[in-house]
Design a protein around this ligand. Structure first.
Ligand code: PMV
Length: 325
């Protein structure tokens, strides 16, 4: 009753921010992302009838109580589907450092869900794995799939899951994550989603999301970089406008964050195809076609507040690992 799985994080072009139902994590709007190959979480789950409680080792250390609680909650869902009560040992490692603007909850909960289902001998199709992963972390529903992914909004648990829009080899994009601040964020996304409705701008963001989703989906399918850039930046700025105007407000940007955003816009006005997008943190993701990756890298490294860059490309789906992996 032991299995291991690996999953990549993802970066959203159209963001998930706010829920229709917080317990079921039914999102207020659909979202679209790219799975980030080159960065991954590996997780091993072992159910053991002799254990009296779950345990969770994260990056070699005992995980915080709150992380263990979320892992146990997810294992409870899988235990009830499998029809057994056994507790589990969970061990997880990230290939990327925490606090770098890469959402480890997406890759972490996708890998946990896939490993736990395999250990419980539950054979679920990817769509069902995506629904299950969604319960632990919304963005994890997207990390079940590789390449370019859309997660659907729905008013029921059955209807809200992610699907692949295009595989990883559809489009050679590079994502440079400009690390400007490595401190753990004060307000995590689970808490942040609960604040979204306190912003007077959330309603406008949600009611206009369908148009941005359609434009972004089309832009990905037709490899229209300029349109993708326009809508991804707009959507990221809109999410941060909601964050900044919620009660209490969430301000994730730092001075260097704004410098990077301005530099990216300037590069674009000079004819270099590139755009930024930010999750719930200060570290911009800067995306460009692979053949422009070096120019963008050089420009970002010239900004004094940029501490380092992480590189990612479209990656594959979450998968069960064999002994050989
Ligand atoms: O899946 P969560 O609850 O960690 O929320 C993710 C929220 C953002 O990263 C800010 C946006 C997104 O769609 O990934």
């Amino acid at each position: 009753m032991k299995s291991s799985a690996a999953a990549h994080p993802n970066i959203a072009f159209i963001k998930y921010w706010g829920n229709l139902d917080h317990d079921l994590r039914l999102p207020a709007n659909g979202s679209i992302s790219m799975t980030l190959g080159g960065l991954q979480t590996r997780t091993t789950v072992e159910f053991d009838p002799d254990l009296s409680q779950d345990s969770f080792i994260l990056d070699g250390a005992q995980a915080a109580q709150e992380s263990l609680r979320r892992v146990s909650q997810q294992l409870d869902l899988i235990r009830s589907l499998a029809g057994f009560p056994y507790k589990a040992r969970v061990q997880s490692e990230n290939s990327f450092p925490a606090g770098t603007g890469i959402a480890s909850s997406a890759s972490g909960f996708a890998a946990l869900t896939v490993a736990a289902c395999a250990a419980a001998e539950l054979e679920l199709p990817p769509k069902e794995l995506s629904r299950l992963a969604r319960r632990a972390s919304g963005s994890a529903s997207r990390s079940i799939f590789g390449g370019f992914v859309e997660w659907h909004k729905a008013s029921t648990d059955e209807g809200s899951y992610a699907e692949q829009l295009a595989p990883a080899d559809h489009w050679s994009l590079v994502d440079w994550v400009a690390v400007v601040d490595e401190e753990e964020k004060e307000v995590g996304s689970s808490q942040g989603h609960r604040l979204a409705d306190t912003s007077p701008l959330q309603e406008a963001r949600i009611s206009s999301a369908a148009g941005r989703l359609t434009a972004t989906r089309q832009a990905i399918l037709s490899q229209d970089f300029a349109t993708l850039a326009r809508f991804a930046e707009l959507d990221s700025d809109m999410m941060h406008a909601v964050m900044m105007t919620s009660n209490p407000p969430l301000h994730y940007w730092r001075p260097t964050t704004v410098e990077v955003m301005q530099r990216i816009r300037r590069l674009r006005s000079q004819g270099i195809p590139v755009f930024y997008t930010l999750d719930a943190g200060p570290n911009p993701h800067c995306l460009c076609p692979e053949d422009r990756a070096e120019i963008v890298q050089e420009a970002l490294l010239k900004i004094p507040g940029v501490r380092r860059l992480l590189r990612a490309e479209p990656g594959g789906p979450a998968r069960v690992l064999s002994e050989a992996d």
